[in-house]
Design a protein around this ligand. Structure first.
Ligand code: IPE
Ligand code: IPE
Ligand code: MG
Length: 247
């Protein structure tokens, strides 16, 4: 019964909705280990969980959700796990794309395509182009993503386009990042209990608020998301000023 009560009513402490939320979906392996299952079972459960959290994000009015799915550093994992994670992305795209599209989700990819198998690159690009006019929420998938690689790629691109040194501004660099056109991230949530960025949105998070929870990603549900937003509502964002900024 309580399930039918809208989240905003259940959590009156949510008074401010972050426009752009980033999630470091960590703890899949430990979730599986705690159940005596192989790590891959945790990754599967983790991808299942994206649907639940995305639905809650839409309900709460979040407009951009960036999820960290595979980092440039994750290539250093055992090849069997890397291969399985690559396969899993393809499976998720094939299984979920139609429904995501019907539900008005605009899919974006942040990360390097180079290094990803060509057929998977095609599936990513297809998902992005199919859904690019959808407006309910942007689901930005950080896959083969590294914040430093992103800055390197942006600088290379800026130089190739022939911008003179004096024309390089913060706004120009922002525009050339994988996230070009998206506003900076307002809130970064990390599941799995660590307190670090692990190379996630290092440029865009300059003034983000941080929220960490020990909950492993497969167990992070709509109530946990609501609690993170309650906590965010209490934060005073000053952006270097003396008094809080509007919004
Ligand atoms: C996060 O879960 C998913 C990826 C990094 C792909 P982990 O696989 O890092 O899980 P833990 O941190 O080992 O529990
Ligand atoms: C961060 O998790 C990357 C993703 C969630 C995709 P990691 O498990 O790779 O981070 P570290 O190694 O603990 O910093
Ligand atoms: Mg981890």
């Amino acid at each position: 019964m309580t399930q039918d009560v809208p989240l905003r009513e259940r959590y009156p402490g949510i008074t401010r909705i972050p426009y752009h939320v980033g999630i470091i979906m960590d703890g899949n392996g430990r979730w599986a280990q705690a159940r005596g299952l192989p790590r891959m079972a945790g990754h599967r459960a983790g991808t299942e969980n994206i649907r639940r959290v995305l639905r809650a994000a839409v309900e709460l009015g979040i407009k951009v959700l960036t999820i960290y799915a595979f980092s440039t550093e994750n290539w250093a994992r055992p090849p069997a796990e890397v291969n399985a994670l690559m396969r899993l992305l393809g499976e998720v795209i094939r299984r979920e794309l139609k429904e995501l599209h019907e539900n008005g989700v605009c899919i974006r990819h942040s990360g390097r395509l180079e290094g990803i198998a060509p057929h998977l690159q095609r599936e990513i690009l297809n998902a992005v182009s199919l859904t690019c006019h959808n407006e309910r929420i942007i689901l930005n998938v950080a896959f083969n993503y590294g914040g430093r690689a992103e800055i390197v790629d942006a600088v290379r691109h800026i130089m190739r386009d022939g911008h003179p040194a004096d024309a390089v501004t913060e706004a120009l660099i922002s525009q050339y990042l994988y996230t070009g056109g998206l506003p900076d991230v307002d809130l970064i949530i990390r599941t799995g209990g660590e307190y670090r960025l692990s190379n996630f949105l290092i440029w865009q998070a300059a003034y983000a608020e941080y929220y960490a929870t020990p909950t492993y990603w497969p167990d992070f549900d709509e109530h946990e998301l609501a609690r993170a937003l309650e906590e965010y509502s209490h934060r005073e964002r000053r952006f270097g000023r003396v008094t809080p900024a509007e919004g």
